[in-house]
Design a binder for this molecule. Structure first.
Ligand code: FE2
Ligand code: FE2
Length: 127
């Protein structure tokens, strides 16, 4: 079995998997009809963890003098604002709005991981 990567080496796959698992847990809470507060708390864990994850990525990029740090940091800022807006509606949004939010959430995270995060991995791996 391959050793899992570590964030200090710029390997954030485990973080991205945890983000995906928290989105799945949030969606499951909505679909299972769990109390809305429980679902909202799950989304809150995703937002909190994502803030920590972004800070770790930014620290890695700063230490390595990554040339696209500022662009990537700006993308993090926008994404966090989108997540917080969703979180702000989580306790009051009707189920169909909340589930539409889950689909947007997945799309945002996928676009970020496939875009700026993948560019960072490619740069880290070198020519
Ligand atoms: Fe990122
Ligand atoms: Fe990331």
């Amino acid at each position: 079995m391959t050793e899992p990567g570590h964030a200090e080496d710029g390997d954030f796959d485990a973080h991205h998997q945890l983000q995906g698992a928290l989105v799945d847990a949030y969606e499951a809470a909505l679909l299972d009809g769990a109390p809305r507060q429980l679902a909202a708390d799950t989304l809150g864990h995703l937002v909190d963890f994502t803030a920590v994850h972004f800070a770790e990525e930014e620290r890695f990029m700063a230490v390595r003098a990554y040339p696209l740090l500022e662009l990537h940091r700006a993308a993090h800022g926008r994404l966090l604002e989108q997540l917080q807006a969703l979180e702000g509606r989580a306790r009051v949004a009707p189920a169909d709005e909340a589930l539409a939010g889950v689909r947007r959430l997945r799309a945002w995270l996928r676009e970020h991981v496939d875009g700026p995060d993948q560019a960072l991995v490619t740069w880290r791996n070198g020519p």
